[in-house]
Design a binder for this molecule. Structure first.
Ligand code: FAD
Length: 480
Protein backbone atom coordinates (compact mmCIF):
# COMPACT_ATOMS: atom_id res chain seq x y z
CA UNK A 1 0.00 0.00 0.00
CA UNK A 2 1.18 3.55 -0.69
CA UNK A 3 2.33 5.52 2.35
CA UNK A 4 1.18 9.11 2.60
CA UNK A 5 3.70 11.21 4.54
CA UNK A 6 3.14 14.67 5.99
CA UNK A 7 5.83 17.36 6.19
CA UNK A 8 6.44 16.66 9.88
CA UNK A 9 7.08 12.94 9.28
CA UNK A 10 10.45 13.09 7.58
CA UNK A 11 12.64 10.66 9.54
CA UNK A 12 13.54 7.04 8.89
CA UNK A 13 11.13 5.80 11.57
CA UNK A 14 8.36 6.87 9.18
CA UNK A 15 9.62 5.95 5.73
CA UNK A 16 11.88 2.93 6.17
CA UNK A 17 10.05 -0.27 5.33
CA UNK A 18 7.82 1.40 2.72
CA UNK A 19 8.54 1.11 -1.02
CA UNK A 20 5.97 3.51 -2.38
CA UNK A 21 5.62 6.86 -0.66
CA UNK A 22 3.76 10.03 -1.57
CA UNK A 23 4.06 13.52 -0.05
CA UNK A 24 1.71 16.34 -0.97
CA UNK A 25 2.77 19.97 -1.23
CA UNK A 26 -0.60 21.67 -0.76
CA UNK A 27 -0.86 25.28 -1.94
CA UNK A 28 -4.05 25.75 0.12
CA UNK A 29 -2.30 24.62 3.31
CA UNK A 30 0.51 27.16 2.79
CA UNK A 31 -2.01 29.93 2.25
CA UNK A 32 -4.55 29.00 4.94
CA UNK A 33 -3.04 31.08 7.76
CA UNK A 34 -0.41 33.82 8.17
CA UNK A 35 2.49 31.47 8.81
CA UNK A 36 5.99 32.69 9.54
CA UNK A 37 7.95 32.90 6.33
CA UNK A 38 10.79 30.78 7.77
CA UNK A 39 8.34 28.13 8.90
CA UNK A 40 6.99 27.82 5.35
CA UNK A 41 10.56 27.54 4.14
CA UNK A 42 11.36 24.72 6.56
CA UNK A 43 8.27 22.72 5.64
CA UNK A 44 8.93 22.91 1.88
CA UNK A 45 12.67 22.48 2.24
CA UNK A 46 12.23 19.38 4.42
CA UNK A 47 9.82 17.64 2.05
CA UNK A 48 11.82 18.50 -1.04
CA UNK A 49 15.09 17.34 0.49
CA UNK A 50 13.53 14.01 1.45
CA UNK A 51 12.01 13.49 -2.00
CA UNK A 52 15.37 14.34 -3.62
CA UNK A 53 17.14 11.81 -1.38
CA UNK A 54 14.89 8.92 -2.42
CA UNK A 55 13.98 9.46 -6.08
CA UNK A 56 11.67 6.75 -7.39
CA UNK A 57 10.62 5.71 -3.88
CA UNK A 58 9.21 9.02 -2.68
CA UNK A 59 7.04 11.14 -4.97
CA UNK A 60 6.27 14.75 -4.18
CA UNK A 61 2.90 15.79 -5.59
CA UNK A 62 2.19 19.51 -6.01
CA UNK A 63 -1.53 20.16 -5.59
CA UNK A 64 -4.06 22.80 -4.67
CA UNK A 65 -5.22 20.88 -1.60
CA UNK A 66 -4.77 17.61 0.27
CA UNK A 67 -8.28 16.30 -0.28
CA UNK A 68 -8.19 16.85 -4.00
CA UNK A 69 -4.72 15.29 -4.30
CA UNK A 70 -5.67 12.25 -2.22
CA UNK A 71 -8.78 11.68 -4.34
CA UNK A 72 -6.73 11.99 -7.52
CA UNK A 73 -4.21 9.44 -6.33
CA UNK A 74 -7.15 7.02 -6.41
CA UNK A 75 -5.46 4.14 -4.60
CA UNK A 76 -5.48 2.68 -1.10
CA UNK A 77 -3.37 4.80 1.19
CA UNK A 78 -1.94 4.34 4.62
CA UNK A 79 -0.64 7.17 6.84
CA UNK A 80 0.81 7.61 10.30
CA UNK A 81 -1.22 9.52 12.83
CA UNK A 82 -0.70 13.19 11.93
CA UNK A 83 -0.03 16.11 14.29
CA UNK A 84 -3.50 17.61 14.35
CA UNK A 85 -7.03 16.40 14.97
CA UNK A 86 -8.16 18.16 11.78
CA UNK A 87 -5.70 16.22 9.61
CA UNK A 88 -6.66 13.01 11.40
CA UNK A 89 -10.36 13.61 10.62
CA UNK A 90 -9.53 14.34 6.99
CA UNK A 91 -7.64 11.05 6.62
CA UNK A 92 -10.51 9.09 8.12
CA UNK A 93 -13.05 10.93 5.90
CA UNK A 94 -11.06 10.00 2.83
CA UNK A 95 -10.74 6.36 3.82
CA UNK A 96 -6.99 6.48 4.52
CA UNK A 97 -5.87 3.84 6.98
CA UNK A 98 -4.22 5.52 9.99
CA UNK A 99 -1.36 3.78 11.83
CA UNK A 100 -0.03 4.71 15.28
CA UNK A 101 2.79 7.21 14.99
CA UNK A 102 6.38 6.09 15.58
CA UNK A 103 7.32 9.67 16.50
CA UNK A 104 7.04 9.42 20.28
CA UNK A 105 8.47 7.11 22.88
CA UNK A 106 5.21 6.28 24.67
CA UNK A 107 2.24 4.81 22.82
CA UNK A 108 -1.31 6.19 23.09
CA UNK A 109 -2.42 3.00 24.85
CA UNK A 110 0.27 3.27 27.49
CA UNK A 111 -0.50 6.92 28.06
CA UNK A 112 -4.21 6.14 28.48
CA UNK A 113 -3.34 3.47 31.01
CA UNK A 114 -1.17 5.98 32.91
CA UNK A 115 -3.84 8.71 32.71
CA UNK A 116 -6.60 6.38 33.93
CA UNK A 117 -9.32 8.46 35.49
CA UNK A 118 -7.08 11.37 36.49
CA UNK A 119 -8.50 14.86 36.10
CA UNK A 120 -5.26 16.66 36.86
CA UNK A 121 -2.09 15.73 35.08
CA UNK A 122 1.05 16.69 36.89
CA UNK A 123 4.03 16.63 34.56
CA UNK A 124 6.30 15.53 37.38
CA UNK A 125 4.31 12.30 37.86
CA UNK A 126 4.32 11.61 34.13
CA UNK A 127 8.03 12.36 33.86
CA UNK A 128 8.93 9.90 36.61
CA UNK A 129 6.80 7.29 34.89
CA UNK A 130 8.66 7.94 31.62
CA UNK A 131 12.08 7.75 33.24
CA UNK A 132 11.23 4.40 34.75
CA UNK A 133 9.41 3.08 31.67
CA UNK A 134 12.34 3.84 29.35
CA UNK A 135 15.07 3.31 31.93
CA UNK A 136 16.65 6.73 31.46
CA UNK A 137 19.02 8.03 34.14
CA UNK A 138 17.99 5.23 36.48
CA UNK A 139 19.88 3.04 38.90
CA UNK A 140 17.53 0.15 39.39
CA UNK A 141 14.30 1.70 40.56
CA UNK A 142 15.95 4.88 41.83
CA UNK A 143 16.89 8.00 39.88
CA UNK A 144 20.59 8.48 39.26
CA UNK A 145 22.02 10.94 41.80
CA UNK A 146 19.15 10.24 44.22
CA UNK A 147 16.90 13.01 42.85
CA UNK A 148 14.39 13.11 40.03
CA UNK A 149 14.62 16.82 39.58
CA UNK A 150 17.57 19.23 39.42
CA UNK A 151 15.48 22.32 38.63
CA UNK A 152 16.77 24.14 41.69
CA UNK A 153 20.33 23.89 40.30
CA UNK A 154 19.12 25.27 36.99
CA UNK A 155 17.82 28.69 37.97
CA UNK A 156 20.92 30.84 37.79
CA UNK A 157 20.36 34.47 36.81
CA UNK A 158 22.02 35.63 33.58
CA UNK A 159 25.78 36.24 33.75
CA UNK A 160 26.78 39.90 33.91
CA UNK A 161 29.01 39.70 30.84
CA UNK A 162 26.00 39.79 28.45
CA UNK A 163 26.79 36.54 26.64
CA UNK A 164 26.67 33.04 28.02
CA UNK A 165 29.98 32.32 26.32
CA UNK A 166 29.21 28.77 25.24
CA UNK A 167 30.24 27.31 21.87
CA UNK A 168 27.91 28.19 19.00
CA UNK A 169 25.20 25.81 17.87
CA UNK A 170 25.50 23.89 14.60
CA UNK A 171 24.24 26.02 11.70
CA UNK A 172 23.04 24.58 8.39
CA UNK A 173 24.37 25.60 5.00
CA UNK A 174 21.68 26.28 2.46
CA UNK A 175 21.78 24.49 -0.87
CA UNK A 176 20.07 24.73 -4.26
CA UNK A 177 16.86 23.20 -2.85
CA UNK A 178 16.65 26.05 -0.35
CA UNK A 179 17.30 28.55 -3.14
CA UNK A 180 14.40 27.10 -5.13
CA UNK A 181 12.13 27.10 -2.06
CA UNK A 182 12.97 30.76 -1.49
CA UNK A 183 12.23 31.66 -5.10
CA UNK A 184 8.95 29.71 -5.04
CA UNK A 185 7.81 31.33 -1.79
CA UNK A 186 8.62 34.78 -3.18
CA UNK A 187 6.53 34.01 -6.23
CA UNK A 188 3.56 32.63 -4.26
CA UNK A 189 2.81 35.91 -2.51
CA UNK A 190 1.50 34.20 0.64
CA UNK A 191 -0.02 36.00 3.66
CA UNK A 192 3.16 35.27 5.63
CA UNK A 193 4.52 37.09 8.69
CA UNK A 194 8.10 37.55 9.90
CA UNK A 195 11.30 38.11 8.01
CA UNK A 196 12.95 35.74 5.65
CA UNK A 197 16.51 34.88 6.62
CA UNK A 198 19.14 32.19 6.39
CA UNK A 199 17.78 28.80 7.36
CA UNK A 200 18.73 28.24 10.99
CA UNK A 201 17.37 24.77 11.73
CA UNK A 202 18.21 21.24 10.65
CA UNK A 203 15.69 19.86 8.18
CA UNK A 204 17.27 16.66 6.85
CA UNK A 205 18.20 13.56 8.81
CA UNK A 206 21.88 14.16 8.14
CA UNK A 207 21.62 17.74 9.37
CA UNK A 208 19.59 16.70 12.40
CA UNK A 209 22.29 14.23 13.45
CA UNK A 210 24.96 16.90 13.04
CA UNK A 211 22.95 19.41 15.08
CA UNK A 212 22.40 16.80 17.80
CA UNK A 213 26.08 15.83 17.82
CA UNK A 214 27.30 19.41 18.19
CA UNK A 215 24.74 20.10 20.93
CA UNK A 216 25.75 17.02 22.92
CA UNK A 217 29.46 17.70 22.57
CA UNK A 218 29.59 21.47 23.04
CA UNK A 219 26.43 22.77 24.64
CA UNK A 220 24.73 20.12 26.76
CA UNK A 221 27.33 20.59 29.54
CA UNK A 222 26.10 24.21 29.81
CA UNK A 223 22.40 23.53 29.26
CA UNK A 224 21.20 23.52 32.85
CA UNK A 225 22.35 26.42 35.01
CA UNK A 226 21.02 29.33 32.93
CA UNK A 227 18.00 27.51 31.50
CA UNK A 228 15.60 30.09 33.01
CA UNK A 229 17.59 33.20 32.12
CA UNK A 230 17.36 35.57 29.14
CA UNK A 231 20.14 37.62 27.54
CA UNK A 232 19.43 40.41 25.04
CA UNK A 233 22.44 39.68 22.86
CA UNK A 234 22.51 35.90 23.12
CA UNK A 235 19.38 34.56 21.47
CA UNK A 236 20.29 30.86 21.58
CA UNK A 237 22.11 30.70 24.96
CA UNK A 238 22.72 26.96 25.66
CA UNK A 239 19.47 25.73 24.13
CA UNK A 240 19.56 22.82 21.74
CA UNK A 241 17.60 24.27 18.77
CA UNK A 242 16.37 20.72 18.24
CA UNK A 243 12.63 21.39 18.39
CA UNK A 244 12.44 21.78 14.60
CA UNK A 245 14.16 18.48 13.72
CA UNK A 246 12.31 16.73 16.55
CA UNK A 247 8.91 18.08 15.51
CA UNK A 248 9.58 17.27 11.85
CA UNK A 249 10.20 13.67 12.87
CA UNK A 250 13.89 13.78 11.93
CA UNK A 251 15.07 12.66 15.35
CA UNK A 252 13.45 10.15 17.63
CA UNK A 253 13.08 11.38 21.22
CA UNK A 254 14.60 8.18 22.61
CA UNK A 255 17.73 8.41 20.48
CA UNK A 256 18.11 11.97 21.75
CA UNK A 257 17.67 11.20 25.46
CA UNK A 258 19.78 8.03 25.41
CA UNK A 259 22.57 10.00 23.73
CA UNK A 260 22.28 12.69 26.42
CA UNK A 261 22.39 10.00 29.10
CA UNK A 262 25.55 8.57 27.52
CA UNK A 263 27.14 12.02 27.73
CA UNK A 264 26.48 12.00 31.48
CA UNK A 265 27.71 8.43 31.99
CA UNK A 266 30.87 9.21 29.98
CA UNK A 267 31.55 12.17 32.24
CA UNK A 268 31.08 14.67 29.41
CA UNK A 269 28.13 16.57 30.93
CA UNK A 270 26.93 17.16 34.50
CA UNK A 271 23.85 15.42 35.82
CA UNK A 272 21.86 18.64 36.43
CA UNK A 273 22.18 19.65 32.77
CA UNK A 274 21.44 16.19 31.41
CA UNK A 275 18.47 15.70 33.73
CA UNK A 276 17.15 19.15 32.75
CA UNK A 277 17.36 18.26 29.07
CA UNK A 278 15.87 14.77 29.48
CA UNK A 279 12.98 16.31 31.42
CA UNK A 280 12.19 18.54 28.42
CA UNK A 281 12.32 15.83 25.76
CA UNK A 282 11.06 12.73 27.55
CA UNK A 283 8.85 14.64 29.98
CA UNK A 284 7.34 17.83 28.61
CA UNK A 285 7.37 17.00 24.93
CA UNK A 286 5.71 13.59 25.30
CA UNK A 287 3.30 14.98 27.86
CA UNK A 288 2.02 17.77 25.59
CA UNK A 289 1.59 15.36 22.66
CA UNK A 290 -0.44 12.84 24.63
CA UNK A 291 -2.53 15.44 26.39
CA UNK A 292 -3.41 17.06 23.06
CA UNK A 293 -5.25 13.87 22.10
CA UNK A 294 -6.35 12.92 25.58
CA UNK A 295 -7.97 16.26 26.44
CA UNK A 296 -9.52 16.72 23.00
CA UNK A 297 -10.78 19.82 21.18
CA UNK A 298 -12.88 21.13 24.09
CA UNK A 299 -9.68 21.84 26.02
CA UNK A 300 -8.57 24.30 23.35
CA UNK A 301 -11.65 26.42 23.97
CA UNK A 302 -11.10 26.72 27.71
CA UNK A 303 -11.08 30.33 28.86
CA UNK A 304 -11.22 30.27 32.64
CA UNK A 305 -10.39 33.97 33.07
CA UNK A 306 -12.83 35.03 30.33
CA UNK A 307 -10.05 36.77 28.42
CA UNK A 308 -11.39 38.20 25.18
CA UNK A 309 -8.96 40.91 24.00
CA UNK A 310 -7.96 40.64 20.35
CA UNK A 311 -4.25 40.33 19.62
CA UNK A 312 -3.02 43.84 18.69
CA UNK A 313 -1.81 44.18 15.11
CA UNK A 314 1.80 44.96 16.15
CA UNK A 315 1.80 41.62 17.95
CA UNK A 316 -0.04 39.54 15.37
CA UNK A 317 1.99 40.95 12.47
CA UNK A 318 5.30 40.87 14.32
CA UNK A 319 6.01 44.61 14.18
CA UNK A 320 7.89 45.28 17.44
CA UNK A 321 9.50 48.60 16.42
CA UNK A 322 7.19 50.71 18.59
CA UNK A 323 7.43 48.46 21.66
CA UNK A 324 9.40 50.19 24.44
CA UNK A 325 9.61 47.37 26.98
CA UNK A 326 13.01 45.85 26.18
CA UNK A 327 12.03 42.29 27.13
CA UNK A 328 8.88 42.32 25.02
CA UNK A 329 10.54 44.03 22.07
CA UNK A 330 13.48 41.59 22.12
CA UNK A 331 11.17 38.58 22.24
CA UNK A 332 9.01 39.87 19.38
CA UNK A 333 12.11 40.74 17.35
CA UNK A 334 13.29 37.19 17.89
CA UNK A 335 10.02 35.78 16.61
CA UNK A 336 10.08 38.16 13.64
CA UNK A 337 13.71 37.37 12.74
CA UNK A 338 13.92 33.65 13.50
CA UNK A 339 10.41 32.35 14.18
CA UNK A 340 11.95 31.11 17.41
CA UNK A 341 12.73 32.40 20.89
CA UNK A 342 13.63 30.20 23.79
CA UNK A 343 11.32 28.79 26.40
CA UNK A 344 11.56 31.52 29.02
CA UNK A 345 10.85 34.24 26.47
CA UNK A 346 7.79 32.26 25.31
CA UNK A 347 6.55 31.67 28.84
CA UNK A 348 7.66 34.58 31.01
CA UNK A 349 7.66 37.38 28.45
CA UNK A 350 5.20 36.64 25.63
CA UNK A 351 2.81 34.40 27.57
CA UNK A 352 3.01 36.57 30.67
CA UNK A 353 2.23 39.72 28.65
CA UNK A 354 -0.70 38.00 26.91
CA UNK A 355 -2.09 36.79 30.25
CA UNK A 356 -1.82 40.22 31.85
CA UNK A 357 -3.45 41.92 28.86
CA UNK A 358 -6.26 39.37 28.63
CA UNK A 359 -5.60 38.15 25.07
CA UNK A 360 -8.08 35.55 23.95
CA UNK A 361 -6.33 32.20 24.69
CA UNK A 362 -7.57 30.43 21.55
CA UNK A 363 -6.33 33.29 19.33
CA UNK A 364 -3.03 33.27 21.19
CA UNK A 365 -2.77 29.52 20.70
CA UNK A 366 -3.19 29.98 16.94
CA UNK A 367 -0.65 32.79 16.92
CA UNK A 368 1.96 30.55 18.51
CA UNK A 369 1.21 27.77 16.01
CA UNK A 370 1.62 30.02 12.99
CA UNK A 371 4.41 32.34 14.16
CA UNK A 372 6.93 29.79 15.43
CA UNK A 373 9.05 27.56 13.25
CA UNK A 374 8.49 24.67 15.67
CA UNK A 375 4.78 25.39 16.19
CA UNK A 376 2.33 22.58 15.45
CA UNK A 377 -1.27 22.15 16.61
CA UNK A 378 -0.42 19.31 19.02
CA UNK A 379 2.32 21.16 20.87
CA UNK A 380 0.37 24.29 21.70
CA UNK A 381 -2.75 23.70 23.85
CA UNK A 382 -0.93 22.42 26.93
CA UNK A 383 1.79 25.06 26.56
CA UNK A 384 -0.51 27.99 25.82
CA UNK A 385 -4.01 27.25 27.15
CA UNK A 386 -2.64 25.34 30.13
CA UNK A 387 0.83 26.45 31.18
CA UNK A 388 1.03 30.00 30.01
CA UNK A 389 -2.56 31.25 30.25
CA UNK A 390 -3.89 28.95 32.99
CA UNK A 391 -7.15 29.11 31.03
CA UNK A 392 -7.87 25.47 31.90
CA UNK A 393 -8.50 26.25 35.56
CA UNK A 394 -5.50 24.24 36.74
CA UNK A 395 -5.61 20.94 34.83
CA UNK A 396 -1.90 21.28 34.04
CA UNK A 397 -0.31 23.77 36.40
CA UNK A 398 -0.97 24.64 40.00
CA UNK A 399 -0.84 28.39 39.40
CA UNK A 400 -0.68 30.93 36.58
CA UNK A 401 2.79 31.82 35.24
CA UNK A 402 2.27 35.45 36.15
CA UNK A 403 5.16 37.66 37.07
CA UNK A 404 6.07 41.29 37.40
CA UNK A 405 9.13 43.34 36.51
CA UNK A 406 11.06 42.18 39.60
CA UNK A 407 11.25 38.63 38.26
CA UNK A 408 12.18 39.83 34.79
CA UNK A 409 14.83 42.08 36.28
CA UNK A 410 16.33 39.14 38.15
CA UNK A 411 16.28 36.64 35.30
CA UNK A 412 17.02 38.84 32.28
CA UNK A 413 19.47 41.63 31.45
CA UNK A 414 16.77 43.71 29.76
CA UNK A 415 15.70 46.08 32.51
CA UNK A 416 19.07 47.85 32.79
CA UNK A 417 18.55 49.52 29.41
CA UNK A 418 14.76 49.59 29.35
CA UNK A 419 12.76 52.82 29.14
CA UNK A 420 10.45 51.49 31.87
CA UNK A 421 11.42 50.99 35.49
CA UNK A 422 10.67 47.49 36.84
CA UNK A 423 10.15 48.94 40.35
CA UNK A 424 7.42 51.35 39.31
CA UNK A 425 3.78 50.46 39.08
CA UNK A 426 2.44 53.96 38.46
CA UNK A 427 3.45 56.94 36.35
CA UNK A 428 4.86 57.28 32.84
CA UNK A 429 7.68 54.85 33.42
CA UNK A 430 5.64 52.19 35.22
CA UNK A 431 6.86 48.82 33.92
CA UNK A 432 3.94 47.25 32.02
CA UNK A 433 4.81 43.89 33.58
CA UNK A 434 4.91 45.24 37.15
CA UNK A 435 1.74 47.30 36.80
CA UNK A 436 0.15 44.59 34.66
CA UNK A 437 0.87 42.03 37.38
CA UNK A 438 -1.06 44.02 40.01
CA UNK A 439 -3.83 44.96 37.61
CA UNK A 440 -4.32 41.30 36.69
CA UNK A 441 -4.38 40.21 40.33
CA UNK A 442 -6.87 42.95 41.07
CA UNK A 443 -9.18 41.82 38.23
CA UNK A 444 -8.99 38.15 39.17
CA UNK A 445 -8.62 38.35 42.93
CA UNK A 446 -11.84 36.49 43.64
CA UNK A 447 -10.88 33.65 41.34
CA UNK A 448 -7.32 33.13 42.56
CA UNK A 449 -7.57 33.92 46.26
CA UNK A 450 -8.48 30.30 47.04
CA UNK A 451 -5.26 29.06 45.44
CA UNK A 452 -2.73 28.65 48.24
CA UNK A 453 0.18 29.31 45.85
CA UNK A 454 -1.30 32.74 45.04
CA UNK A 455 -2.05 33.71 48.63
CA UNK A 456 1.05 35.83 49.18
CA UNK A 457 0.49 37.70 45.93
CA UNK A 458 -3.12 38.45 46.86
CA UNK A 459 -2.05 39.63 50.31
CA UNK A 460 0.47 41.93 48.62
CA UNK A 461 -2.30 43.37 46.47
CA UNK A 462 -4.24 44.44 49.55
CA UNK A 463 -1.25 46.47 50.73
CA UNK A 464 -1.06 48.61 47.60
CA UNK A 465 -2.28 52.13 48.22
CA UNK A 466 -2.33 53.43 44.62
CA UNK A 467 -4.45 50.59 43.26
CA UNK A 468 -7.02 52.93 41.69
CA UNK A 469 -4.29 54.60 39.69
CA UNK A 470 -2.83 51.25 38.55
CA UNK A 471 -6.31 50.05 37.61
CA UNK A 472 -7.18 53.13 35.54
CA UNK A 473 -3.85 53.32 33.78
CA UNK A 474 -3.51 49.67 32.94
CA UNK A 475 -7.05 49.43 31.62
CA UNK A 476 -6.27 51.94 28.88
CA UNK A 477 -2.54 51.39 28.43
CA UNK A 478 -1.44 51.59 24.84
CA UNK A 479 2.28 51.96 25.30
CA UNK A 480 4.23 48.84 26.14
C1 FAD B 1 3.86 29.50 25.24
C2 FAD B 1 4.78 28.41 24.76
C3 FAD B 1 4.79 28.03 23.43
C4 FAD B 1 5.61 26.99 22.99
N1 FAD B 1 5.57 26.61 21.68
C5 FAD B 1 6.28 25.54 21.27
C6 FAD B 1 6.21 25.09 19.94
O1 FAD B 1 5.54 25.69 19.11
N2 FAD B 1 6.90 23.99 19.57
C7 FAD B 1 7.72 23.34 20.46
O2 FAD B 1 8.32 22.34 20.08
N3 FAD B 1 7.81 23.76 21.72
C8 FAD B 1 7.14 24.84 22.15
N4 FAD B 1 7.26 25.27 23.44
C9 FAD B 1 8.19 24.57 24.33
C10 FAD B 1 9.65 25.12 24.32
O3 FAD B 1 9.60 26.49 24.57
C11 FAD B 1 10.35 24.83 23.00
O4 FAD B 1 10.28 23.45 22.72
C12 FAD B 1 11.82 25.22 23.02
O5 FAD B 1 11.96 26.58 23.35
C13 FAD B 1 12.45 24.92 21.66
O6 FAD B 1 13.80 25.30 21.64
P1 FAD B 1 14.95 24.23 21.81
O7 FAD B 1 14.80 23.16 20.81
O8 FAD B 1 16.25 24.95 21.83
O9 FAD B 1 14.62 23.64 23.23
P2 FAD B 1 15.51 23.21 24.48
O10 FAD B 1 15.40 24.25 25.51
O11 FAD B 1 16.87 22.81 24.04
O12 FAD B 1 14.72 21.93 25.00
C14 FAD B 1 14.92 20.64 24.41
C15 FAD B 1 13.68 20.10 23.75
O13 FAD B 1 12.69 19.81 24.71
C16 FAD B 1 11.40 19.87 24.11
N5 FAD B 1 10.56 20.73 24.96
C17 FAD B 1 10.95 21.48 26.00
N6 FAD B 1 9.91 22.05 26.60
C18 FAD B 1 8.83 21.66 25.92
C19 FAD B 1 7.46 21.93 26.07
N7 FAD B 1 6.99 22.72 27.07
N8 FAD B 1 6.62 21.41 25.18
C20 FAD B 1 7.08 20.61 24.19
N9 FAD B 1 8.38 20.31 24.01
C21 FAD B 1 9.24 20.82 24.88
C22 FAD B 1 11.59 20.44 22.74
O14 FAD B 1 11.48 19.41 21.80
C23 FAD B 1 13.00 21.00 22.75
O15 FAD B 1 13.62 20.92 21.49
C24 FAD B 1 6.45 26.32 23.91
C25 FAD B 1 6.45 26.72 25.23
C26 FAD B 1 5.62 27.75 25.66
C27 FAD B 1 5.63 28.13 27.10
Amino acid sequence: MTLLLFGDQLGPQFHSGHDEIVMIESAAALRRKPYHRQKLHLVLSGMRHLAAEFPGRITLVRANGYREAIRELDRPLVAYQPGSAAAHRMLLDLGVEVLPTPAFALSREEFSAWAGTRERFLMEDFYRYQRTRFDVLMEGEKPVGGRWNFDTDNREPPPKRGLLGVPAPWWPEEDEIDAQVRADLDAMDLPAVGRDGPRRFAITREEALKALGVFLRDRLPHFGPHEDAVLTKDWTMAHSLLSVPLNHGLLHPLEVVYAAEDAYRDGAAPLASVEGFVRQVLGWREYVWHLYWHLGPEYQRRNGFRATAALPSWWAELRPATVRAACLRTALEGVRDHGWVHHIQRLMVLGNHALQRGYDPAALNDWFVTSFVDGFPWVMPVNVIGMSQHADGGVIATKPYLSGGAYLNRMTDHCATCWFDPKRRTGERACPFTAGYWAWLDRHEAQVSGNHRMRRAVQGLRRISELDEVRARERDREIF
